[in-house]
Write a protein that binds this ligand. Structure first.
Ligand SMILES: O=C(O)CCC(=O)C(=O)O
Length: 416
């Protein structure tokens, strides 16, 4: 990418954030007057179209970087819930300005685009949403999309990556032997689903309702995922399961996680399991959101389901737990063994005492210890394998244990 193309990218960014976004629509202007002068002079300089200035731009990058560091440190001081929303808005604005200045100053085009994407993701995590001009899209979400598109043009000039196929492991002998203990419904009508599943809150395995998702063709191609999401920063869980002492979370590049954990053969005995679990990947990356379709069953009662991604290798475990809302768990590739139990059996499932984990059972649903947890003998467990293209309806408060039998990508829709 030539210098002129970097300027084109900067122009695309400035279009989604004209001057009024910085000053007219944001509450930080009143609440953080000490930052106003510096930001105003920097923005005036940018919108005057004097981006070329070899002296002024590096100076402005330093100024913006200093303000960014100050606000970053302020956001990391004290209780997160006490942080003034205006400060988070200011962080979003400073992230955006820093991205533009890095692009204009850096000599390494590829690296500056990658740095920009990283800053956009950090801003999305720590900042608050500032609407860009185009539709209602968030400024940093859209910035990351523009930077990703420009970066993929650079990759397009490189020899194509060797295609890596994520194995379609449809379950081991262990998984495939398990019969399905819940009703299997082939594309039921809305009425049938409402009367037989949603209203009586009965789980069911639904088939043929996600055949037309673009994700079904695209997501098992790592080349595609790397192109649209490879540089994005995502939270990844490590450790055997979230209720264990060895559990922790770290930020990672999506591409690095994909290549290390999902698209390559892991040594199951020695490599730790990592899981991109319960992540709001689709607000972060609108290109992936366009690959999925909200099942019609949801629209009848909820127009804004919470959509989450679950991507990981064979061996990820979500321990037996409940959620307060309805759920459609949709399997894009790979397969998972799932064990369900009724809400009525809660007292026999030994939930943890601590309020953070009291929706999670102390029981290992795969190998119940009847000596230690005798009431388990009275629990009726429902077992099934969820395979590619299948959707499990999990009603509110139903206990569910989920273990991947192969590299796996699921999407859950939590709804009312
Ligand atoms: O797929 C998983 O590991 C867990 C899914 C889950 O717990 C959910 O969708 O609520």
């Amino acid at each position: 990418m030539m210098e002129s193309e970097i300027k084109k990218c900067v122009k695309e960014l400035l279009v989604i954030c004209p001057r009024k976004t910085f000053f007219d629509q944001c509450s930080w202007v009143q609440k953080e007057p000490q930052f106003y002068k510096v930001i105003k002079s920097t923005v005036d300089f940018l919108v005057a179209g004097v981006c070329e200035s070899a002296i002024k731009m590096p100076q402005n990058l330093v100024k913006v970087g200093l303000l960014y560091d100050i606000v970053y440190n302020q956001l990391h001081t004290g209780q997160w819930k006490e942080v003034d929303p205006a400060k988070r808005e200011l962080f979003t604005i400073l992230s955006f300005l820093r991205i533009i200045h890095i692009l204009l100053v850096s000599k390494d085009v590829q690296q500056s685009l990658k740095d920009g994407i990283y800053l956009a993701d950090l801003g999305l995590m720590l900042g608050s949403s500032v609407a860009s001009t185009s539709t209602s899209a968030d400024l940093l979400t859209e910035s990351a999309s523009i930077l990703t598109a420009n970066l993929s043009q650079l990759h397009a000039q490189e020899p194509p990556l060797k295609r890596i196929k994520i194995e379609e492991c449809e379950g081991t002998a262990e998984g495939s032997g398990i019969s399905c203990d819940v009703p299997v419904l082939e594309c039921p009508s809305l009425d049938y689903f409402g009367k037989n599943c949603y209203e009586p809150q009965q789980p069911a395995l639904l088939r043929k309702i996600m055949n037309d998702w673009p994700a079904m063709d695209r997501w098992h191609d790592p080349n595609y995922l790397l192109r649209v999401a490879g540089e994005r920063t995502v939270p990844v869980e490590t450790g055997s399961q979230y209720s264990s002492d060895d559990w922790s979370q770290k930020l990672m590049k999506f591409g690095e996680f994909l290549m290390q954990s999902v698209a390559t053969d892991r040594n199951l005995a020695t490599d730790p399991v990592s899981y991109l679990a319960q992540h709001d990947l689709f607000d972060q990356i609108p290109a992936l959101r366009r690959d999925i379709i909200v099942p019609d069953y949801i629209g009848c009662t909820d127009t804004a389901p919470r959509i989450r991604a679950w991507l990981g290798p064979k061996g990820t475990v979500s321990p037996l737990h409940t959620d307060p809302c309805h759920n459609l768990l949709c399997q894009v590739f790979g397969s998972k063994t799932i064990i369900l139990a009724r809400p009525e059996d809660t007292d026999k499932l030994y939930p943890h005492d601590h309020f953070i984990l009291n929706n999670t059972s102390r029981v290992d649903a795969r190998q119940p210890d009847y000596e230690r947890f005798p009431l388990l003998r009275e629990v009726r467990f429902y077992r099934l394998t969820l395979r590619r293209g299948e959707v499990l309806y999990i009603p509110p408060k139903w206990w569910h244990y989920v273990e991947s039998l192969s590299p796996s990508f699921s999407v859950s829709f939590w709804f009312e």
